[in-house]
Design a protein around this ligand. Structure first.
Ligand code: SAH
Length: 342
């Protein structure tokens, strides 16, 4: 068991079993959530307790195996090695509103999207709550930059690791921990409809991002196998239910792929299908992945697409590409590292 995956009340119960008072649990919780790497740092604890905890609950922080910093925009990408040797990526992006970390939720992914590097080797395993928290904590500690925003848009499908992700959100949001507001967190999904409904029930104030990437089933089936299980109409209906439950506008991600999903007719079809659903579009020029024949749309095609959406009443932004010089997009660094190792 890893203590850092426990909520404060759970940790207090665990400490009670050890015959320790509640305030000790709070001290340890605070240290762990500041990114302590060993119990020796916890100078307000008696030495005997520190030793007992180290024996019973090793901390095992992830190790930095690669760190790349963009010369252009200060984006930092970390490749972490976890206790079992698996690696995941985290990206720190510096925006005017604050520093944002993009974290991974799984080692690999089983969703099979045609354009994505993270899914090429399939799913290895899901991350534990503390392994998601560690990415935020140790990015902050290592970079010395305070983290105010989190996006769950790294390797993995967050809703395919539902319980651990929900627990991570509770931990990172806790006032005694990092205290990051739900309104500063975005969760991105490829569209697991039953899980979107489950998430809606929790009424969290986070932003739900849905990776739509196509205006209809014909195109979406070609690039996202998940669409065969949950076709786009069901997905959009789940988004409508999500909005009805939470009053939170949905953010749609749309990777623009040359000749696949970037025509004027595609933009117009989106307008028709999204009618009445409060939404925002994030247009992302496709990041080219070596193993894939898909190419990014031209700048002109992206601009035209954006204009059609906006004229039709859907706000659309073109995502600024950060860290283009450091393999910063989804799964590329891990993939490169694994290839070099083998
Ligand atoms: N599994 C989740 C979150 C991880 S991916 C999801 O599918 O939403 C984060 C975003 O990056 C998703 O919108 C994903 O479709 C997109 N993405 C993946 N590979 C990409 C690429 N090569 N170029 C542009 N966007 C990509």
């Amino acid at each position: 068991m890893n203590l850092k995956s426990l909520t404060l009340p759970e940790m207090a119960a665990e400490f009670q079993k050890l015959g320790q008072p509640g305030f000790r649990a709070k001290q340890v919780y605070t240290w762990l959530h500041k990114g302590a790497r060993s119990y020796d740092e916890m100078t307000n604890l008696p030495k005997a307790l520190r030793e007992a905890l180290a024996e019973k609950y090793p901390i095992c922080p992830p190790k930095v195996v690669r760190k790349q910093e963009s010369q252009r925009d200060g984006t930092i990408k970390y490749l972490w090695q976890l206790h079992d040797g698996n690696c995941v990526e985290t990206v720190l992006m510096r925006y005017h509103y604050g520093n944002t970390v993009c974290i991974s939720t799984e080692v690999g992914c089983r969703m099979g999207c045609a354009f994505c590097a993270s899914t090429l080797g399939g799913l290895v395993r899901r991350l534990e709550p503390h392994e998601m928290l560690d990415q935020v904590l140790f990015t902050q500690v290592d970079s010395g930059l305070p983290v105010s925003h989190i996006v769950l848009m790294g390797i993995g499908e967050p809703l395919d690791n539902f319980d651990n992700v929900m627990r991570f959100l509770e931990l990172v949001n806790s006032p005694e921990g990092m205290n990051i507001s739900m309104r500063h967190i975005s969760l991105s999904t490829c569209g697991l409809v039953p899980k979107i409904d489950e998430l809606a029930k929790r009424k969290l104030q986070l932003t739900l991002s849905v990776s739509l990437h196509a205006p209809n089933d014909e195109t979406r089936n070609k690039i996202m196998p998940v669409n065969r299980a949950y076709p786009s109409e069901e997905l959009l209906n789940a988004c409508r239910r999500y909005y009805a439950q939470t009053s939170r506008r949905i953010s749609f991600e749309y990777a623009m792929i040359d000749g696949v999903n970037d025509s004027e007719a595609d933009a117009k079809e989106l307008l028709r299908r999204l009618k009445g659903l409060p939404a925002h579009f994030n247009l992302i020029p496709l990041n080219h992945v070596e193993e894939s024949p898909l190419k990014p749309s031209s700048r002109a095609a992206v601009a035209k697409f954006q204009k059609i959406l906006e004229d039709g009443g859907i706000p659309a932004t073109v995502r600024r590409t950060l860290g283009g010089d450091i393999d910063a997009s989804c799964g590329q660094l891990r993939r490169k590292y694994n290839k070099e190792k083998n």
